[in-house]
Ligand binder design. Sequence first.
Ligand SMILES: [Zn+2]
Length: 213
Amino acid sequence: MTIRHHLSEDLLLGHAAGNLPEAFALIVATHVSMCDECRARLMAYEVLGGAVLEQETAAMADDALARAMARIGGVAQAPRAVARAPKSVLPAPLLDYVGGDLEAVKWRTLGMGVRQAILPTSRRASARLLHIPAGQAVPDHGHRGRELTLVLQGAFRDATDRFGPGDVEIAGEELEHQPVAEPGVDCICLAVTDAPLRFTDLIPRLMQPFFRI
Ligand SMILES: [Zn+2]
């Protein structure tokens, strides 16, 4: 899988800081599970956050280190997870949300053969699976706030580019687009949206938990 459209810095940073609405955390975790490059970037941010927190950590109980090491040892000795289930369309973070693969999704039709299933997340933002038949266009739409669309199967095109499996399109209020699923395979996406201004001055806000400013 060649991924050409990746997560933005502020999303990775927000995820590392634990600051994203649940729906956005879900799409970040799902992309990261498909993308080695973003996984490495996310780990770098987590190390950064950990280093900052370490400097702030108050003195711990005398046996804290020994207890932590014991727990790490325990994890290392635990049997490795049994081989993954047969190839699923939904990556692991989504399998957990849906409670199964595509056959467990409760689709609602949107017309023109397009179906969606809203996933249960906190109300700060919303997440949905979209099923777009091969060759079918999604109605032209603009955005109030930010919309991220991650392709899980098939591909779509809009005026900006082509998006295939693992690619994530980040659309802002300025973008008005009409995604069209490529012929061949039905396109299945995870899409998340939030309200306008949710991400204004995001980076300073995201760094707050690290720096306590
Ligand atoms: Zn990526």
